[in-house]
Design a protein around this ligand. Structure first.
Ligand SMILES: [Zn+2]
Length: 184
């Protein structure tokens, strides 16, 4: 019986690992529930990369504090229903849940309902994304394809390609231009 239980546990752990990167839930970073949600369709053709242009963070606590501050700004000052991005990447290498899957974000005017918005915490005119952050972002994008949120040949843009902004910062812009799904 004990062996059977161990085998079952191993199978379950492998199945879990097959679903890619772990996402730190909004509840885990102390985020607030959204005021409302609009459904984001599956099989989207675009993902847009941003930076928050705010503080860089390299620990779970510091990133959680920064996320709560950004969410408060988006919800209380801008009167958005939730933090703007679908997912965020911390300097600790973690993926943080924003609006999450299948929810329209507020990150790129005219592109919100046709793209997934991923934002790196920090200002990438000065900060540099670590390899752990890059792997985390590529991991959540791969998960988006495997769950059908993005089509496999999706096009990756930096925010500056769809709006007049310097986002996602020059260092991150130079990085994402090397990714296979990026297009000029
Ligand atoms: Zn942006």
């Amino acid at each position: 019986m004990a062996n059977k239980a161990l085998i079952l546990l191993a199978v379950l752990l492998c199945a879990e690992a097959a679903f890619g990167v772990a996402v730190v839930s909004k509840a885990a970073w102390g985020g607030r529930a959204p005021r409302s949600k609009t459904t984001l369709a599956n099989k989207l053709s675009y993902a847009v990369v941003h930076h928050t242009a705010g503080n860089y963070c390299s620990t779970r606590d510091a990133c959680a504090r920064e996320l709560r501050s950004i969410q408060a700004y988006h919800m209380d000052s801008l009167q958005w229903p939730d933090i703007g991005y679908n997912f965020l990447i911390g300097g600790d290498g973690a993926v943080y849940e924003g609006r999450g899957w299948n929810v329209v974000g507020a990150h790129a005017t005219n592109w919100n309902s046709k793209s997934l918005g991923i934002s790196f915490l920090g200002n990438y005119n000065n900060n540099r994304a670590t390899s752990a952050m890059i792997n985390a972002a590529k991991g959540i994008l791969a998960d988006a394809v495997s769950r059908g949120q993005l089509v496999s040949g999706y096009i990756l843009y930096g925010h500056r390609q769809v709006s007049a902004t310097e986002c996602p910062g020059t260092n991150l812009w130079n990085e994402i231009r090397t990714w296979s799904n990026w297009r000029a």
